[in-house]
Design a protein around this ligand. Structure first.
Ligand SMILES: NC(=O)c1ccc[n+]([C@@H]2O[C@H](COP(=O)([O-])OP(=O)(O)OC[C@H]3O[C@@H](n4cnc5c(N)ncnc54)[C@H](O)[C@@H]3O)[C@@H](O)[C@H]2O)c1
Length: 463
């Protein structure tokens, strides 16, 4: 079959594959190829067991794979053969040198730019899909024009706003698609070409365009705003616990104001995931770099509150369980950073588990999709850890249940049965505020939600 467009994506990860599978599904006349330096990952994408879990992804990959979606290892050939190249490689926080712990590590990004330059034999549209610091396109353009050859490259910014767990829904029906370009004749032409691909299934009013720097910056700012809401509500949850106010009631009252809105107002142990923290820290770094320390401090406080919230949670577990966890068995329900994903990058569960192990607790971890990643994250731990997918088996014989991921399945468990199988007094720490706390208290648990009064069977005694 002769394809109308030949599209390549460099980076077969959480963003690259779902977004390319969606383009392949919606544009059967386009050939879409995804490459990666990790050849095992490519093998897994070509196998019956896909390397990552995302609701609905399997169906769409199985429908398009081998038809107009391909996973390949020959990066050099693929760069040569395709005309439109999305770059969706990882851009983690830099852990060395200048900007360590703050700035984005652009080594994977730059390597890709150099490869595109080296292997290209015809003009390309190069699209930044990764989340990048504002002005990265300038560096990309400088690398791509450094050979002074005849080949022209047009760099566009097209940040991805999908969320893991709902990626397929988000890609099928996004709130918006953003395309940033240089406002030159060739830049506008490239922008129109990319917009034309999305217009195959997304209403035109949702495809918005901007200058390239606004587009790059918008992604960092969008994540900073989302994380800020989480930290805002979590900071108030601390005050609720001191004043007997209830964070769920406060959030409902505040969120019903249409200027505020009700989404992202659930108090909990804070945000995780590969993006929020790194993108805010990157924003903080950029603000400092451009001489705006007040702005930098403002955004950094979002990350600080997130860390504070986890710390409060751990202190609460320790204090409620008579200030010693040594030899006690603690069942962790949920290790993924959020529900409906197996991704554990920056999951609060990593830090919380490590802290429990430091207190010499025995930890039993349960999660429907994230146990393989959990074991990798904790591979260096010497403490007592067991992994059990079945939550009932995991909880049996434990002193406490600690809910760290908002999986739907945890709302539906038989807590009476679980309570019976546990050591008494049994403790329940609901780090995601997803359970019916009164019901669990009536069953017999001592219940510790976030931002709400604890429900304890112990009689309060003043010393
Ligand atoms: N995960 C999300 O929810 C999300 C959402 C929006 C945006 N983003 C951004 O998208 C980008 C990718 O994120 P991700 O979660 O998909 O990362 P990921 O780690 O899952 O995938 C990145 C892939 O790129 C590959 N890679 C790195 N260097 C390469 C090279 N030179 N050539 C070929 N392949 C290379 C890696 O092997 C890896 O498989 C990041 O910038 C991230 O900030 C992520």
């Amino acid at each position: 079959m002769k394809f109308q467009k030949k599209i390549l994506c460099i980076g077969a990860g959480y963003v690259g594959v779902p977004s390319m599978a969606m383009i392949a599904a919606k544009c059967p006349d386009c050939r879409v190829t995804v490459v990666d330096i990790n050849s095992q990952r490519i093998d897994a994408w070509n196998s019956a067991e896909l390397p990552l879990y995302e609701p609905g992804l399997e169906e769409i990959v199985y429908k398009t794979r081998g038809r107009n979606l391909f996973f390949a290892k020959d990066i050099e050939n693929q760069i040569r053969e395709n005309d439109i190249i999305f770059v969706s490689v990882n851009t983690p926080t830099k852990m060395f040198g200048t900007g360590a712990g703050m700035a984005a590590d652009l080594q994977y990004w730059e390597k890709t730019a150099r490869e595109i330059l080296q292997y290209s034999r015809s003009p390309k549209i190069v699209i930044e899909k990764s989340t990048l610091p504002v002005k990265t396109a300038l560096a990309m353009e400088r690398i791509l024009s450094s050979a002074k050859g005849k080949i022209t490259f047009e760099v566009l910014s097209n940040p991805e706003f999908m969320a893991e767990g709902t990626a397929i829904q988000d890609l099928e029906n996004p709130d918006r698609v953003l395309i940033g370009s240089r406002e030159t004749k060739s830049g506008l032409k490239a922008r129109a070409e990319l917009a034309g691909i999305y217009a195959r299934w997304i209403p035109e009013e949702k495809i918005i365009t901007s200058n390239i720097w606004s587009s790059e910056l918008s992604k960092l700012v969008a994540n900073a705003f989302l994380a800020q809401r989480v930290s805002s509500i979590n900071s108030i949850s601390a005050l609720c616990e001191k004043t007997d106010a209830n964070i769920a009631e406060v959030a409902r009252a505040v969120g019903m104001d249409s200027r505020v809105g009700s989404k992202f107002l659930n108090a909990g142990i804070g945000f995780g995931g590969s993006c929020f923290k790194k993108d805010i820290l990157n924003l903080v770094y950029l603000c400092n770099y451009y001489g705006l320390p007040e702005v930098a401090n403002y955004w950094e406080s979002v990350v600080k509150i997130n860390e504070y919230q986890q710390e409060r949670f751990i202190t609460n577990i320790l204090g409620s369980m008579f200030n010693t966890l040594a030899g006690k068995k603690i069942c962790i329900l949920g290790f993924a950073f959020k529900a409906d994903t197996g991704d554990t990058r920056e999951s609060p569960a990593i830090n919380i588990t490590r802290r429990l192990l430091t207190e010499h607790a025995e930890v039993i971890i349960s999660d429907p999709k994230a146990l393989t990643n959990a074991a990798l994250d904790l591979a260096d731990e010497k403490g007592a850890i067991a992994y059990m997918e079945d939550p009932y088996r995991a909880a049996a014989g434990c002193h406490a249940l600690v809910i760290l991921t908002d999986w739907d399945l945890y709302k539906k468990l038989d807590y009476k049965k679980i309570y019976k199988s546990m050591v008494k007094p049994a403790f329940l720490f609901d780090g995601r505020n997803i359970l019916d706390h009164n019901k669990c208290f009536e069953i017999g648990f001592n219940v510790y939600p976030i931002g709400k009064p604890a429900l304890s069977h112990f009689v309060k005694q003043d010393c």
